[in-house]
Design a protein around this ligand. Structure first.
Ligand SMILES: [Mn+2]
Length: 239
């Protein structure tokens, strides 16, 4: 059997003027699906479900992937909501935190992208900056309107890290985040840093399984950049 990659979905709605009806969708960006198919994995989209089903969901998969999306409710790192906090999605927070806990119990690897890295950090006791305005960082970390296919800032990759298995020691990544890891969770190490000091990747092997999170979006550039496709290849081949 191919490696089963469970990607946690998101929800969105569209209002159809003709029907005068709002339609709700569970989805994940197609780029994740395609990245894992190219890597010869078996992507499976997990909808935002109910916490009591987390044991069953984790049994279905080999690797848990947390994708990008809304901001995490800061109550999970014991802070009040800052005025610059973006949209939050409570059911997703709760479900993802439960899936992470269960994945650790069952010894399944965990991968986070953007919000996904931040959720991992919070799940293990770290904190976030709720907005870039609260940080000392000076690079442009929301690169729009520049397409995410195009990398815009450098990161330094730590030697002997998981990321260093397929990325060079200095690597240019895309950037689309207004929140940042602040205090890093215990037993995690920072394995990529932007030149302004922003934390761009974290990893841990402490909990028995492999856990890795990146702040950039390899799924948005893996179609055109082979090194970003390597992110998916590595997950399927080694996690
Ligand atoms: Mn960045």
């Amino acid at each position: 059997m191919k490696k089963r990659i469970g990607i946690i979905g998101n929800e969105r709605s569209t209002y159809d003027k003709k029907d005068q009806h709002t339609y709700y969708f569970s989805y994940t960006p197609r780029d994740f699906v395609q990245g894992f198919i190219r890597a010869e994995g078996l992507p499976i989209i997990l909808p935002v479900g109910v916490v009591e089903d987390t044991v069953d969901y984790i049994q279905l998969i080999d690797v848990l992937v947390l994708a990008g999306g809304q901001d995490i409710d800061p109550k999970y790192f014991h802070q009040q909501r800052h005025p610059r906090l973006g949209e939050v999605f409570e059911a997703r927070d709760e479900f993802e935190l439960a899936l992470i806990k269960e994945a650790v119990k069952q010894g399944k690897s965990i991968v986070g992208v953007c919000r996904g890295m931040q959720v991992i950090n919070v799940a293990f006791g770290g904190t976030l900056y709720q907005d870039v305005s609260l940080t000392p960082y000076t690079l442009k970390h929301v690169q729009s309107p520049i397409s995410l296919e195009q990398p815009t800032h450098d990161v330094t990759i730590k030697q002997r890290s998981l990321l260093s298995q397929f990325l060079p020691s200095t690597y240019k990544v895309n950037s689309y985040h207004h929140q940042f890891v602040d205090k890093v969770a215990n037993h995690f190490e920072v394995t990529a840093t932007a030149s302004d000091g922003a934390i761009e990747a974290i990893e841990s092997k402490f909990f028995g399984n492999t856990i890795v999170g990146v702040q950039w979006h390899p799924e948005q550039s893996c179609h055109t950049n082979p090194l970003d496709q390597e992110f998916f290849n590595y997950i399927v081949q080694h996690l």
